[in-house]
Design a protein. Structure first.
Length: 102
């Protein structure tokens, strides 16, 4: 058995507890109010689709200026918005301070 320093064990327990209680992974979330992967919509109306293609079913829409949280995942020019939602990346502008690439 390899000895593990008590402070490391407590830190790991705290991070796992935070994820379990809040659903937020601090490794992917910026501190201090920064927006980890957030975009503004630049089109008058942007279709949200069930997959990364214009052939996929429309599941919603976003309006100009609306702010949306996304993932870093890009497929064929579509940004993964999470929960089975995708939008054309060309109509999404990163919010200043966002950690996602345009």
């Amino acid at each position: 058995m390899i000895p593990v320093p008590r402070t490391l064990l407590l830190a790991a327990t705290g991070v796992l507890g935070l994820i379990a209680l809040t659903g937020v992974d601090p490794a992917t979330t910026s501190l201090g109010g920064a927006k980890p992967c957030t975009f503004h919509v630049t089109a008058d109306a942007l279709n949200v689709r069930s997959g990364p293609s214009v052939a996929e079913r429309r599941v919603g829409s976003l309006r100009y200026g609306e702010e949306v949280t996304a993932t870093p995942n890009l497929v064929g020019g579509f940004r993964d918005l999470g929960a089975g939602r995708w939008a054309a990346n060309e109509f999404l502008a990163p919010v200043p301070g966002s950690t996602c690439e345009p």
